[in-house]
Design a protein around this ligand. Structure first.
Ligand code: HEM
Length: 226
């Protein structure tokens, strides 16, 4: 590939490339840290914390794509929404598998009380169960097959994010400021999905876009001699 082709690809695909590279970096760092004994005294807990946090952040970024387009008219973000959602699901799956596999050895007798008797685990599990069909139906084929239902189904991503926030609040016993900040962002994103709010934002955006740039042109100003 020549230099100009590379530059062209970078110019058109920079957001996609950023999303893929940015989403895979936490996984690469985690694997590296694991194999180099850099995961503190309790590696399983460290993996759970890192994968959980990354899953939440990626989920929120995928939910932020539509509001970002509504607010800024930046259509390119809609093209990376699916990738962000799928990466969120990847980290949530690793998080879940580390819990059931490394922590509980996939033993159903141990897992049942571990999941059912701890409210935080139950809420996390509910969030995971919502994300699962969203990931499966994220393809173009399912989008066509489900039609209008697809949009409705994928709005459940907000419920999953809110459940993850509850999961997070329940986990951190002392300082709940961090999960509350994430919660406030999810609520803000939800507000931008309200049709009335979207209409008002679009109208303001269109009005500011149609305004003439620079100084207003006076009507009866004589043309200066050339
Ligand atoms: C069955 C499902 C789940 C179980 C059993 C589970 C379990 C856990 C556990 C054991 C921790 C660490 C607790 C600690 O030692 O402090 C944790 C933390 C966390 N989990 Fe989950 N989780 C589940 C699903 C999810 C999902 C689906 C997400 C996100 C999409 C998620 C996001 C988080 C976050 C954000 C944290 C806190 C990270 C931090 O404190 O930095 N969890 N979870």
């Amino acid at each position: 590939m020549g230099l100009s082709t590379t530059m062209k690809t970078l110019k058109t695909q920079w957001l996609r490339i950023t999303v893929h590279v940015g989403s895979l970096i936490p996984l690469a760092v985690l694997v590296w840290s694991y194999f180099n004994d850099q995961l503190a005294a309790d590696p399983i807990r460290a993996i759970l914390l890192r994968t959980g946090k990354t899953a939440l952040i990626l989920l929120m970024l995928s939910l932020a794509c539509t509001p970002i387009n509504t607010l800024l008219g930046f259509k390119q973000v809609l093209k990376v929404r699916r990738a962000l959602g799928l990466y969120a699901f990847l980290y949530a799956t690793i998080h879940f598998l580390v819990f059931v596999g490394l922590d509980y050895g996939f033993d159903p007798d141990l897992l049942k009380p571990a999941l059912l008797d701890r409210p935080y685990a139950l809420v996390g599990f509910a969030a995971f169960l919502i994300l699962l069909p969203l990931a499966i139906t994220s393809t173009q084929g399912w989008m066509k097959r489900l039609g209008q239902l697809w949009k409705k189904l994928h709005q459940w991503g907000y419920l999953a994010a809110l459940l993850v926030i509850v999961h997070f609040v329940w986990l951190v016993k002392a300082d709940i400021r961090e999960p509350l900040v994430y919660g406030a962002i999810v609520v803000l994103l939800l507000i931008f999905r309200i049709p009335r709010v979207r209409q008002v934002v679009s109208r303001i955006r269109n009005r500011s876009r149609n305004k003439p740039m620079g100084l207003p042109v006076a009507k009866n100003v004589k043309r200066l001699p050339q």
